[in-house]
Ligand binder design. Structure first.
Ligand SMILES: C[S@@+](CC[C@H](N)C(=O)[O-])C[C@H]1O[C@@H](n2cnc3c(N)ncnc32)[C@H](O)[C@@H]1O
Length: 214
């Protein structure tokens, strides 16, 4: 694995104002594309079940969906546990406008989360960290806003499968080891596993779930 490509190359790894505006505008436009950026997800999909399982009981808990898009995961968790306080953070305001009522939203970048330390009981990011460009910074920010003992789940694509899908030039995928290493800087327990959409289908290696406890 070429570490410089992922984390070490300062030229490519900087979320400059220009690149940030480009990413934001791309996702603002994508918000109208319901086929590729859906606002709902089947709660039986393993990605949803695994995050829910990892976060544990949500009633009375404050949970952040990092790079929430239209909040399809938060929508399910809010429906399942109306007693939880769900927050969605995204760089695209057009995406946030489609987040259902009852979920608190905040516009911003996951590389500079607009929340105080330990504000959340848990946090998760699904297919969004891969767009953060400054990956180390984003991981450290996610860990910062979660309380000690809080849970973190990240689902993204596996760098070993790089090339399998068309990706924008800023997108990065990680190996299991790379992201485990970053999470270990702030978390006591870290693991990862390959997952597929359905629990009873053998993973094809594309999706990885990283699970951590701060
Ligand atoms: C592929 S979508 C996934 C959305 C959602 N997590 C889901 O699974 O439906 C990626 C999302 O990450 C957001 N995003 C990209 N860069 C971001 C950043 N630096 N900070 C916060 N959100 C970001 C995009 O605006 C977009 O909504």
């Amino acid at each position: 694995m070429d570490w410089r490509r992922l984390f070490g190359n300062p030229e490519r790894a900087q979320l400059t104002a220009e690149l940030r505006a480009r990413i934001q505008s791309s996702f603002d436009q994508a918000a109208g594309d319901e086929e590729h950026f859906p606002s709902t997800i089947d709660p039986r999909i393993y990605h949803v079940k695994l995050i829910r399982e990892h976060l544990g009981a949500l009633a009375g808990k404050r949970v952040l969906d990092v790079g929430c898009g239209k909040g399809r995961f938060a929508r399910v968790f809010h429906e399942q546990e109306p007693g939880a306080e769900l927050w969605g953070l995204d760089i695209s305001e057009a995406m946030l406008r489609r987040v259902p009522e009852g979920i608190r939203t905040r516009a911003g970048s996951m590389t500079e989360l607009p929340f105080e330390d330990a504000f959340f009981d848990g946090a998760y990011a699904t297919e969004s960290l891969e767009h953060a460009v400054e990956i180390e910074k984003a991981v450290s920010e996610i860990c910062r806003v979660v309380k000690p003992g809080g849970r973190i789940a990240i689902i993204d694509k596996n760098a070993e499968q790089w090339g399998k899908l068309k990706t924008p030039d800023w997108e990065r995928w990680f190996t299991r080891r790379e992201l485990e290493r970053l999470l270990r800087r702030d978390c006591r327990k870290v693991s990862s596993r390959l997952i597929s959409y359905w629990e009873d289908v053998e993973p094809d290696g594309l999706f990885v779930a990283w699970l951590a406890e701060k």
